[in-house]
Structures are given as C-alpha cells and as structure tokens.
Design a protein around this ligand. Structure first.
Ligand SMILES: [Zn+2]
Length: 358
C-alpha cells in the first residue's frame, strides 16, 4: 500500500512537471505563430530584419522625419549623396541623427551636393548644423538674396529675404571649405539621372515660387521632388515637360491645398505619394482626397510614418519602408515574447528542481 502511494505521488509530480513543460511549449508555439504572422503581413519587416532598414541596396531616397519642415536624402548606388533641404532650426538635431543613421549604414562620409529649394525657415533651418557635421562638395541655392555679409551677388532685380535663419544659412554655405556654391539653374546630372527644373522667372514675391522641381530616374523608375512649389510652378512644369507617370511624388508644400492641383496630379500620375508634414493642418484633407481619387497605391506621411525610405533595385523593383510604424511592433512582440519565454523557462526549470529535491 505504501509503495503504491509513493508511486502515486511520483506520478502526480511527473504530471505537474509535464504540465509546466506543456505550458512552456504551448506558449512558445503561440508566440512563434504570432510573430511569423506579423512578419508575413509586412514583407518590409523581413527586409528590415534581414538587411537593416537602409542596406536594401541600389538607389535610396529618404524623406526625413523633421516635423513641419522638409529634408530629403538621395543615396545613389555608388554611394554618392544628394541632400535636398535641411529642415527647420528646431528639427536640426533629429535631421542629423537620421542622416548619421543612413550615412553610417551606407558608409558615407561626404555629401556630393546640397540643394536648398528656397529661403523658408522650414527648408534651410538646419543648414549650419548640417555643414558643421558633413563636408559638402557642391551647393545649389535659390536666387533669393539674403542679408548675410557673405552674400556674393547683389542684384536689385532679385527678391531679398530678410529672415535671420536664411541669412545664417547663406553665411554657412559660403564658409563651407572646398565647396562650389551656385544658383539653381536648369541642370542635368547625367551620371545620376537627376534633372532640375528651375523657376522660369527671376523675380517673384512668393518665396515658394522659387522651388525647383527635381526629377530622378533610376532603373526606369521616376521620382519627383517639388519643394514648396506653387500652382504657378506646377503650370510651368507642365508647359516644359511631356506628361509622364511618376512612381513617387514628394507632394508639394507639405500637402498644402494651394499646391497639388488636380491637373498637376493627373499630369504626373504618382503611384506613391510621399508627404513631409508635422502640424495639424498639413497635409490638407483636400490634397489627400485628390490623391485618393487618383487611386495612388499608397500615401506615406512623416507625421504618421516617421522616416520614410524608398529603395529602387537595378532591375526596377521597389521597396518602401517607414521607420515608425513598421518595425517597432514586431520588435516589441519579439522583446516581450522573449522576456516571457525566459521567465516561463526559468519558473518551469525551478519547479522541476524543487520537485526533484522534495
Ligand atoms: Zn515648407
């Protein structure tokens, strides 16, 4: 009878151990299942986990998360870099940290060309910090004069911006060593497939008018950057160019309803729309509706998506990643899951030890 009871107790212990072990295994299976589902639902996450956000190779374009401002980085397959605008004074630190991240992943040291689209503070505000941090070989600046003592060309016919931010930016660009500074003109960078469409007029009282259109073509895919282009500039662009489909459009003026006319959007017919915005009124609902009516495949906005990255492979296939929404969640699931996994594993092992001792 005694030996029977003893065996029975052992049997219960064994069963309890088995139960712990089963909970452990079941939890692991559920966690793995959920994690795999998350990865399958978002192919970009797999790219992130396999390659890292910005080592997707070939041509890369990044719309930086700089709040209600604008800064875009273009990385070419040979690791040449173009930067278009430097965000605002307030966002300069964020801009630099995102650039550091992109540049270190791509092993980039120097910037080939900086383009300042126009004089507004949300586009030139980070210029001083940017030039302090990186060596830039060429700078293209708008034909808007400043009150900087370094201003080289004084032409009475040109618009003068009296803001301190613009003046500081102009001072910094002329202080940059070994750097060629030029006004924005119609330019074609053959090597990079970059075409710049400068404003037609030399003078306009609206600083946004000065925004150039920057077209980049790589592996048959087209990207159009617009700065804060006005509807007048959009008309100039339509007059000077043939109607062409663009794969990516950086929507003008942070998605303001006064730009991105229906005619212009139909003319460039974007597959994906990218918006740099960060306040309550941008992007405007009107522009979002216009884009939705055009049935664009996707609208990405830095306000909700954070840093947006595009990669175009040499065969012409695309990848789009956004830093805020897409990799944080699976990462959270992984970290929490691993934490619970370890705790359950430890508890289960301890229980087994206790039961072996008793
Ligand atoms: Zn702006």
């Amino acid at each position: 009878m005694k030996s029977y009871l003893f065996n029975f107790k052992n049997l219960i212990k064994k069963y309890k151990n088995l139960q712990n072990f089963d909970i452990f295994k079941i939890f692991f299976a559920i966690f793995l299942f959920i994690f795999i589902i998350f990865l399958i639902l978002n192919e970009n996450n797999i790219q992130y986990f396999l390659n890292g956000f910005n080592s997707l190779s070939n041509f890369q374009c990044y719309v930086l998360d700089v709040g209600q401002a604008s800064s875009t980085v273009l990385v070419f397959p040979d690791k040449s870099v173009f930067v278009v605008d430097t965000g605002s004074v307030d966002s300069a630190k964020d801009m630099i940290s995102q650039m550091d991240y992109i540049f270190s992943k791509n092993k980039i040291k120097d910037v080939d060309c900086l383009i300042l689209t126009h004089s507004d503070a949300d586009h030139v505000g980070g210029t001083t910090q940017f030039l302090e941090k990186y060596q830039v070989n060429q700078i293209l600046r708008p034909k808007i004069l400043s009150e900087s003592e370094f201003e080289v060309e004084i032409d009475e016919n040109y618009l003068v911006s009296t803001t301190v931010t613009y003046s500081n930016a102009i001072t910094s660009i002329y202080k940059e060593p070994n750097c060629q500074v030029e006004f924005i003109e119609d330019t074609y960078f053959d090597k990079f497939g970059i075409e710049i469409f400068a404003p037609v007029k030399d003078f306009d009282k609206d600083t946004n008018y000065y925004s150039p259109f920057i077209k980049i073509e790589y592996a048959g895919k087209r990207l159009l950057l617009t700065g804060d282009a006005t509807d007048e500039r959009e008309k100039e662009f339509m007059q000077a160019n043939a109607e062409e489909k663009y794969d990516f459009l950086l929507v003008a003026h942070h998605g303001s309803k006064y730009s991105s006319s229906i005619e212009f959007l139909e003319f460039v017919s974007p597959t994906y729309a990218l918006i740099s915005a960060g306040d309550n009124t941008h992007p405007s609902q009107e522009v979002v509706s216009r884009l939705k009516n055009l049935q664009v495949k996707g609208i990405f906005c830095t306000k909700t998506d954070g840093l947006i990255g595009i990669s175009v492979f040499s065969q012409g296939n695309l990848k789009i990643c956004s830093l805020r929404n897409q990799f944080d969640f699976p990462l959270l699931v992984t970290v929490v899951g691993c934490g619970i996994f370890v705790i359950l594993g430890t508890v289960s092992r301890d229980k087994r030890k206790i039961s072996q001792l008793s």
